[in-house]
Design a protein around this ligand. Structure first.
Ligand SMILES: Nc1ncnc2c1ncn2[C@@H]1O[C@H](COP(=O)(O)OP(=O)(O)OP(=O)(O)O)[C@@H](O)[C@H]1O
Ligand SMILES: [Mg+2]
Length: 304
């Protein structure tokens, strides 16, 4: 406990002063004075709804707005952000957990200066990591605060411990769903799981693969109304992304859609989402990677 209190105090101090720069091929800018890294978890109930695509494209759209972005591919069993980027980072989380590499060596700078920590297929589920492994990782990740404006975490799907831990600890959850009833039901289960562990958690819904604006809006409104009625919480609708065949084409080319087809309807929607995410700023509560780690450790213990 004393160790944690101490590291928390240190963190609070570090938020206000530049810390060590870290970097891979290019590396992040030095932490800015007084800058806070906002931590967004991108999650879903049902798998395959479009989280990883959203994560990658949001990262690029935020980058185009001038923000410094780090993606952490936390879908450990099925990590594939690197595939979407057409990259093969040499090192991934497994190397760090085994103590073979340090975090700065792990950070891969993708084209356009978006940084990535690859999850690495074959790495155990987060839930299977031992406490020392998890803490070794968190300690190093923590040192990066202030070096980025956004830390985007692509979690796996569902209500497993690993997914929920990240979602519960993040400053904000971007909950991705499609308009399909199955996806919505699962999104509701995730919302319930997060709110139970953290009442007041900030959850924003993104309706992806909508056939029309009307379908998307109705989906968002119905979901928010159900959460308010049954869980007594507010979920904002952060964005709507249409079903767009160009997404699949970009995936096959392994180039983020916002770069491959900037005028595609889904790319426009993703840029609008990025502008909204960047625009709302800290909003409720105090964002920041320091608090994120505090919550991560706390919720990790409570879920054990
Ligand atoms: N707006 C969209 N329009 C059309 N296709 C889309 C859209 N968004 C995602 N897809 C397609 O949906 C599929 C799943 O996307 P993605 O891998 O991003 O989902 P995921 O939620 O990360 O999946 P998993 O749960 O397996 O990690 C991909 O084939 C992708 O091309
Ligand atoms: Mg994914």
């Amino acid at each position: 406990m004393r160790d944690q209190a101490e590291s928390l105090r240190r963190l609070v101090g570090e938020i206000r002063s530049p810390g060590p720069a870290a970097g891979g091929s290019q590396g992040p800018a030095p932490p800015g004075r007084g800058r806070v890294t906002r931590v967004l978890a991108i999650t879903s109930g049902k798998g395959g709804v479009g989280k990883s695509n959203l994560c990658v494209n949001l990262a690029y759209a935020l980058r185009q707005l001038g923000h410094r972005v780090l993606i952490f591919d936390a879908d450990l069993g099925l990590a594939n952000v690197d595939v979407l980027l057409g990259t093969t980072p040499r090192w991934h989380l497994g190397h760090l957990l085994r103590g073979e590499r340090t975090l700065p060596e792990l950070i891969y700078t993708a084209p356009e200066g978006v940084d990535l920590i690859a999850g690495g297929s074959g790495v155990a589920e987060l839930a299977d990591l031992s406490d020392p492994e998890l803490h070794r990782f968190l300690d190093q990740l923590q040192a990066l605060q202030g070096a980025y404006d956004f830390l985007l975490i692509d979690t796996g799907a569902g209500v497993g411990r690993g997914v929920l831990t990240f979602a519960v600890a993040a400053d904000e959850v971007l909950l991705v769903t499609t308009p399909e009833p199955t996806a919505l039901t699962d999104a509701y289960a995730v919302t319930k799981g997060i709110l139970r562990r953290r009442p007041g958690a900030r959850i924003s819904l993104v309706v992806n693969q909508a056939q029309s604006r009307q379908e998307a809006e109705e989906t968002g409104e119905r979901f928010a109304a159900a959460v308010l009625r049954f869980l007594g919480a507010h979920v904002e609708v952060a964005g709507y992304i249409p079903f767009d065949p160009q997404v699949g084409r970009a995936v096959r080319r392994q180039v983020p859609l916002v770069l491959a087809a900037p005028d595609a309807p889904a790319a426009r929607a993703l840029r609008a989402l990025a502008a909204r995410v960047a625009g709302v700023g800290g909003g409720r509560g105090t964002p920041g990677v320091g608090l994120f780690f505090d919550r991560l450790r706390r919720f990790w213990r409570s879920l054990t």
